[in-house]
Ligand binder design. Structure first.
Ligand SMILES: [Zn+2]
Length: 222
């Protein structure tokens, strides 16, 4: 009888030990501080399919001719943009890239609050996504005056800054030599956020009319 109890006690001890180890590992994973994002991406980006970025859980097999399963500068950029869960503030001179437009529209459909500041001259040219964004109900404001709104930065969820030379165009992504920095450093993020909010007020269409492809609506949702 004592042998049976000894076996039971040992078994119980082993199970307890095993569970304790599991628990400790789980706690270690949960309590480990998340690595701050600091990343530099260079362009032109390698050409590759990005369908899996838009549909990461889909079983759909894309049959396009581009390489699949390849991580590129552009796929990294798209992933960072699509990581937005609450807000996206975009301050960009030229925005005509269809994949980036698709990403912004996907965020809009998820309920992410999106604000776009762009250049009035570029917004008026053929291929600009400004009209597409506005038709989707996204707030787009343009600069006024004779100088360019030449910034190229985005702030994701008020935590992630994406900035550099890259315009959101196909040429910039696939042909030009460009760079972007992706960072969660608060000291870098803060002034960009402040500048965005400042320009957002300066270019409030309640004060100015934007000479782009669409007239502002009366509820100033442009
Ligand atoms: Zn594909």
């Amino acid at each position: 009888m004592s042998v049976v109890w000894t076996v039971k006690a040992v078994s119980l001890g082993l199970v307890t030990f095993s569970l304790s180890v599991e628990l400790l590992c789980w706690l270690r994973r949960r309590l480990r501080p998340r690595k701050t994002i600091n990343e530099v991406l260079f362009f032109p980006s390698e050409m590759a399919c990005v369908e899996h970025i838009f549909n990461p859980t889909s079983r759909f097999t894309c049959l396009c001719q581009l390489p699949h399963g390849v991580e590129t500068s552009f796929s990294r950029l798209l992933s960072h943009i699509l990581s937005a869960s609450s807000s996206l503030d975009l301050c960009i001179f030229a925005f005509s890239n269809m994949d980036l437009s698709r990403a912004v529209l996907a965020l809009k459909s998820k309920g992410v609050i999106i604000r776009v500041l762009t250049d009035k001259d570029y917004a008026a040219i053929k291929g600009s996504q400004t009209g597409v964004l506005r038709k989707a109900g996204i707030c787009v404001r343009c600069n006024v005056g004779s100088v360019y709104m030449h910034h190229k930065f985005a702030v994701v969820d008020g935590r992630l800054l994406i900035t550099g030379s890259l315009n959101w165009t196909l040429t910039a992504v696939q042909a030009n030599m460009e760079n972007i920095i992706v960072t969660e450093e608060p000291d870098l993020l803060r002034p960009f956020m402040e500048e965005f909010n400042r320009l957002w007020v300066v270019y409030d269409p309640a004060q100015y009319h934007c000479s782009s492809d669409q007239r502002p609506s009366h509820n100033s949702s442009l």
